[in-house]
Write a protein that binds this ligand. Structure first.
Ligand code: FAD
Length: 302
C-alpha cells in the first residue's frame, strides 16, 4: 500500500533524490559518460546497446534534436571502435505526433547504422505504440534486412500472434531478430498478463517459438528461473552462439551477467544515458518497489 502511494507520488519527488537512486542505472548525462561505461563493459567481454534517454516528446522540434543526437552518437561510437549497437524509442522521434516524420528519422538512423555494418533495435513502448512500432519495423526490415530489430513484450497477450505474423519477413541471409522482455509499462488486464508465473510461462513460450523458427533471440531478463528456462531451450534446440544473446540493464544484477559470460554466453548490457533521465528513473522505481524503501530512507534519515 505504502509502495503504491510512493509510486504515484514519485514524479513529485525532488530530482536530486531521484538522481541518488538513478546514478547506478544510468551511465551519466553525456556521450563521454556512455563511452566510458561502454569501454568498461567491453573490457569484461560484454557488448552494449546505447540508448539516449527521452521519450513521449511533445513537439517535433524535440524529435529533430533527438535525431541529431542519435546521428552524432552513432558517428562518435563507430569512430571510437566500441562494441555497441543502438536502441531507440519511437515516441522520442514523434510517433504520437507525426508518424511520417518519425518513420523518416528512424529510417535515416538505420541507414547510418547500416553504413557502418551496425544494428538498431526499436524498443517497445506502451500498448498504444505497438502496432505502429511493428509497422516501422516491417518497413525497415525490408530495406535493411541485417540492420534492424524489434522488442516484443511477453506480458502482452498478442505477442505470440505478432511473432507468427512477422515470419513472412524472414530471409535466408537475414534472420529476424527480436529482443524478448517481460514488459515494463502498466497495461490493462484485458490485453496483458498480470501474474508473475503467467508472464514467465509466456516468456518461455514466445522464446521457444523464436528458437524453433530460427529467429535470433536477445533474451533480456535478470530473472533466474527465466535464465535457466532459456538455457534449457538453447540446449534443446542446439542454438549456435551467434544466434542468441542475453541482455541485462546497466547497473542491474552484475553478478548474474558475469556468470553467463564466464559460461561462454554472449551478453549485451543496455546503457541508457542523457539529460532526460527523470522519466526513465521513475519508471524503474515503480517497477521495483523494493527500491522505493531506499528512497523513503533517504527522505527520512538524512
Ligand atoms: P523481474 O522479475 O522484474 O526481475 C527479476 C530480478 O531481477 C529481481 O528479483 C531483481 O533481483 C532483479 N531486477 C530486475 N529489475 C531490477 C531493477 N530495476 N533494479 C534492481 N534489480 C532488478 N521493457 C519494455 O517494455 N520495453 C523494452 O523495450 C525493454 N527493453 C529492455 C531491454 C533490456 C536489455 C532489459 C534487460 C529489459 C528491458 N525492458 C523493456 C524491461 C523489461 O520489460 C522488464 O521490466 C525488466 O527487465 C525486469 O524484468 P525481469 O525479466 O528482469 O524480471
Amino acid at each position: 500500500m505504502l509502495h503504491k502511494i510512493i509510486s504515484r507520488t514519485l514524479p513529485y519527488f525532488p530530482p536530486k533524490l531521484i538522481w541518488q537512486f538513478s546514478k547506478s542505472y544510468i551511465a551519466g548525462e553525456t556521450s563521454q559518460d556512455a563511452i566510458n561505461a561502454s569501454k568498461a563493459l567491453n573490457r569484461e567481454n560484454i557488448m552494449v546497446t546505447l540508448d539516449i534517454l527521452g521519450e513521449f516528446i511533445k513537439t517535433m522540434s524535440q524529435a529533430a534534436k533527438n535525431r541529431y543526437a542519435y546521428l552524432t552518437l552513432i558517428r562518435t561510437i563507430e569512430a571510437a571502435g566500441i562494441n555497441a549497437n543502438y536502441s531507440l524509442k519511437p515516441t522520442m522521434f514523434g510517433l504520437l505526433i507525426d508518424k511520417k516524420i518519425c518513420f523518416e528519422y528512424i529510417r535515416e538512423l538505420t541507414a547510418e547504422a547500416a553504413s557502418h555494418g551496425n544494428f538498431i533495435r526499436i524498443d517497445m513502448e506502451n500498448s498504444p505504440c505497438v502496432d505502429d512500432s511493428i509497422d516501422i519495423f516491417r518497413r525497415l526490415k525490408r530495406e535493411f534486412p541485417q540492420n534492424i530489430g524489434l522488442v516484443l513484450q511477453a506480458y502482452l497477450k498478442r505477442t505470440l500472434n505478432d511473432l507468427e505474423s512477422m515470419l513472412d519477413l524472414r530471409r535466408d541471409d537475414a534472420a529476424l531478430n527480436f529482443r524478448l522482455v517481460k514488459g515494463i509499462y502498466v497495461e490493462p488486464a484485458d490485453i496483458a498478463y498480470k501474474d508473475y508465473h503467467e508472464i514467465n510461462d509466456h516468456f518461455l513460450k514466445d522464446l521457444e517459438f523464436m528458437l524453433k523458427n530460427k529467429i535470433d533471440a536477445a533474451i533480456a531478463t535478470h530473472d533466474t528461473p527465466l535464465i535457466q528456462g532459456a538455457l534449457h531451450l538453447i540446449d534443446k534446440y542446439q542454438v549456435p552462439k551467434e544466434h542468441y544473446e542475453f541482455q541485462m540493464l546497466y547497473g542491474v544484477t552484475p553478478k548474474k551477467r558475469r556468470e553467463l559470460v564466464k559460461n561462454g554466453h554472449r551478453m549485451r548490457v543496455y546503457v541508457p544515458f542523457g539529460e532526460q533521465w527523470f522519466g526513465y528513473s521513475t519508471r524503474r522505481l515503480k517497477e521495483n518497489p523494493a527500491m522505493v524503501k531506499h528512497i523513503i530512507k533517504a527522505l527520512f534519515y538524512k
